[in-house]
Design a protein around this ligand. Structure first.
Ligand code: CA
Length: 407
């Protein structure tokens, strides 16, 4: 019976069923765990009334434990990552957002010393300018992660921080939704980061990173200031390397004076002179010697500290340049199959739907369903079925649709 059931269900449905069964099984240990957390929560500054009121109806969501343990099944190449995060759409949305919130951005820039384009670039990469906040209730996710799985001690701190945010009436519990790990709001702060760094910038007495754009923008600026942002520095530059330059010393952390790079013949890709002097700068080669090259300053490290990934920091840095009016990178990524913008991803998804594949909504997000559908379509077209949404796949789908003709 069991094997019959397994063959009758798709993998996804089976996972859901298992998740529901796990959640039912977890109810009793979860309740016992919550009662054990009450004392530590009170020690952390949560009142008994707050704890009782906001844990009363909580049920665990074991799906987040699955997400905690999930290994990424698909490694995103840097050119796909950058193509989706820094596309024309995000540049125009960001410029519109900067115009809309200009006085708040200027005020945040003068108070925290972080320029408007950098603040807006973080906002754009973190939440697509407030459009993508995540949908999981923080109290549910963080209480589950406090009681099951790896890193319970860490997540307990975040759970108690969430209860404090609610206790202080800054953000209503039903607005506290976010990623499975608890990052929330337009800045995607963790709750403990919120407690340390969020600011009230619209003057209503509440630090609200969900529904107040001014609070979110200023909190981002405050984060970067505290991470060491220096208003006198650029984040860095795309650069060109002379033939034969020694790239053995490449690396964000391996900083040398800007002047020593200039002496080796490194130049800015946009033709502007490299600032000379002692400013420490590291050579970043995200795709190796044959891809785009960058010299990055300590301000790049401040961006890095937001999410601890160089590709992430580079997306913010490059988007900030684009928001200031600069063009795309001048050097190509070392691939014959570049990545797709979100508009192109939606087009690829619509082409898959037209071929009869189920990818859900054409939302420009390449998830497991889109990759599976693309693999099947690639097989149908006699192409290598790698499921990667790049320019070659889009071109092949377009050609196939054109050959078939309308209707
Ligand atoms: Ca406020």
């Amino acid at each position: 019976m069991k094997s019959l059931l397994a063959t009758a269900l798709s993998g996804a449905a089976l996972t859901l069923l298992t998740g529901a069964a796990q959640t039912a099984q977890a109810a009793e240990p979860f309740a016992a765990c919550l009662s054990q957390l009450r004392g530590p929560a009170l020690k952390a500054g949560v009142s008994g009334a707050t704890f009782d009121r906001h844990t009363a109806g909580l049920a665990p969501d074991m799906a987040v434990i699955g997400l905690l343990d999930a290994q990424p099944e698909f490694k995103t190449p840097i050119w796909d990552y950058m193509a989706g995060l820094v596309d024309d759409e995000r540049v125009s949305d960001g410029q519109a957002g900067m115009a809309r919130w200009q006085s708040e951005l200027d005020r945040a820039a003068s108070r925290y010393g972080v320029d408007p384009a950098t603040i807006a670039a973080v906002w754009g990469v973190e939440s697509n300018f407030g459009r993508t906040l995540g949908g999981r209730p923080l109290l549910t996710s963080l209480s589950t992660l406090s009681c099951f799985g790896r890193r319970q001690a860490y997540f307990r701190g975040e759970f108690f921080a969430t209860l404090k945010i609610i206790q202080d009436e800054h953000i209503a519990p039903d607005r506290l939704v976010g990623s499975w790990a608890g990052a929330f709001g337009q800045t995607q702060f963790m709750p403990s980061t919120y407690l340390r760094l969020a600011v009230d910038f619209d003057g209503d007495g509440r630090r609200d990173l969900v529904d107040s754009v001014p609070d979110a923008l200023a909190s981002t600026a405050n984060f970067l200031k505290r991470a060491g942002w220096n208003p006198a520095l650029d984040w860095g530059y795309e650069v060109r390397l002379p033939a034969g330059v020694d790239t053995a010393g490449a690396g964000r952390k391996n900083k040398r004076p800007m002047s020593s790079w200039a002496r080796q013949g490194v130049t800015r890709a946009d033709g502007q002179p490299l600032p000379g002097g002692d400013t420490p700068a590291g050579l970043l080669l995200p795709a190796g010697r044959n891809g785009p090259a960058f010299l990055v300053t300590r301000n790049f490290d401040a961006l890095y500290s937001y999410n601890a990934a160089e590709s992430y920091a580079l997306a913010i840095a490059h988007l900030s340049d684009r928001l200031r009016g600069a063009g795309p990178l001048t050097q190509a990524w070392p691939t014959d199959d570049p990545g797709l913008s979100r508009a192109e991803r939606r087009e690829l998804q619509r082409l898959l739907i037209a071929k009869g594949y189920d990818v859900g909504e054409p939302d420009g997000m390449i998830g497991a369903r889109t990759r599976q559908a693309l693999q099947a379509a690639q097989r149908e077209l006699g192409l290598p079925a790698d499921g990667r949404a790049g320019q070659k796949a889009l071109k092949a789908l377009k050609a196939s649709a054109a050959a078939k003709g309308p209707g």
